[in-house]
Design a protein around this ligand. Structure first.
Ligand SMILES: [Zn+2]
Length: 160
């Protein structure tokens, strides 16, 4: 995957780029730009030419950069202050259910102590618990139901 370390703010909002121009402005290959187009970058067709407007390109790049940054590894939460994924203090977190199958995972950044939180499904919680010591809070009867059906799905009883 082509890493780009350039500043998306350098893209000029009011100009339009041909694919090779966009590629060189971003320091990537044209092939990469075509991949971006496939994955949702808006283009304009003008007399057979594919044009990318700076005002579309810039937010796309910012969004894509953010998406990559926010991809937390197992056992990590995203710290807004550090602006990167962090392992919580004591490798511990709290799960606060928000419904039958989803909730929030809360912890404190091991680096700076800032509270961190992110949405986490009960299904994902199983994986998180392999990496973190997760305590449950505000468990409601709904959640018990949810985790029971989850357990049944994952470990069918009587399947010898
Ligand atoms: Zn932090």
């Amino acid at each position: 995957m082509a890493a780009f370390h350039f500043n998306p703010r350098l893209i000029k909002k009011h100009r339009s780029y041909l694919v090779p121009e966009a590629a060189s402005a971003c320091g990537v290959t044209s092939h990469t730009v075509y991949r971006w187009i496939k994955s949702g970058l808006t283009v304009c067709e003008d007399e057979g030419l594919t044009l990318i407007l700076g005002r579309n390109l810039q937010p796309f790049l910012i969004q894509m950069r953010g998406r990559r940054k926010q991809r937390c590894g197992p056992g990590q939460l995203f710290c807004m202050r550090c602006n990167s994924p962090r392992v919580p203090i004591g490798r511990s977190a709290t799960y606060r259910p928000k419904g039958a199958t989803t909730g929030m995972l809360l912890g404190r950044c091991g680096q700076c102590g800032t509270p961190m939180f992110q949405a986490c499904s009960l299904r994902k919680l199983i994986e998180v618990r392999l990496h973190l010591d997760v305590s449950m809070t505000n468990a409601s009867p709904d959640i018990v139901d949810g985790s029971e059906s989850l357990t049944n799905d994952d470990f069918p009883e009587g399947a010898n």
